[in-house]
Ligand binder design. Structure first.
Ligand code: SF4
Length: 232
């Protein structure tokens, strides 16, 4: 698999926010969101807002599943978060890793952009999907960021939550339309922001409307605490 080194961390977003975990970041993404906070996993041409082009030879390393499994189980955590990039682009390669983690009693959460139909062998007890479909402000064309077959499958998968990056209440209307179209009933709203000031600004703008709509909110703990620092 193509990934950075596994590390010990806390889940920074969503329903397990603050939970100690092992964190595995896989390389490559099929989208190119302009505000992406991990462009070093896929942006080899400098097309995101950062304007920086990263070198895949520096950022990514081919690792055997067995060595990654050994490193993650060695952390002694009961939760592993697998993120990216888009981790489900490598989902077939991940099956032996998931087997090993579950056998060790470790839960797994995938952070996915919701454009890949999950392999049925991944849909099993102990594995959860945190699906983050991208809205129009991401800059990705609708036909790339909204894949009906995948969203419908995730919406029908028990334990799945949907997390939407939002800036304005107009974004919430877009979320409402997607929730209605695909039968999404577990909605978390996360304010967009690459720094604490922007996260706070967007949270203040959104939180009342989110509560009024019967949804949940999450912050971005890692950005509030560590900013842009990588590897924490
Ligand atoms: S889907 Fe996620 S990793 Fe991919 S470009 Fe968008 S924000 Fe970045």
């Amino acid at each position: 698999m193509r990934s950075s080194a596994p590390l010990e961390a806390v889940q920074g977003e969503g329903r397990s926010l603050g939970r100690r975990c092992g964190f595995l970041r896989l390389g490559g993404c099929n989208l190119s969101c302009r505000w992406c906070d991990t462009p070093y996993t896929w942006d080899w041409q400098g097309i995101s807002d950062s304007g920086i082009s990263y070198d895949p030879k520096v950022e990514l390393h081919r690792r055997s599943v067995s060595s990654v499994a050994e490193e993650l189980t060695g952390l002694g955590v009961d939760l592993v978060v697998i993120s990216g990039g888009e981790p489900l682009s490598q989902q077939a390669r991940l099956l032996p890793l998931i087997d090993t983690l579950l056998e060790a009693g470790t839960e797994v959460e995938f952070e996915t952009n919701g454009t890949r139909v999950p392999d049925s062998r991944l849909v099993r007890p102990g594995v959860r999907f945190n699906v983050s479909p991208k809205l129009s402000h991401s800059g990705d064309p609708a036909e790339r960021r909204i894949v009906p077959q995948a969203l419908s499958r995730f919406a029908a998968t028990p334990g799945t939550t949907f997390k939407f990056v939002c800036r304005t209440t107009a974004d919430l209307d877009e979320v409402s339309a997607l929730a209605s179209d695909f039968g999404i009933d577990s909605v978390w709203i996360m304010p967009e922001g690459q720094n604490p000031d922007d996260i706070d600004k967007h949270m203040q703008e959104l939180v009342s409307s989110v509560i009024d709509r019967g949804w949940n909110v999450t912050t971005r703990l890692h950005t509030l605490v560590w900013g842009h620092k990588r590897g924490v």
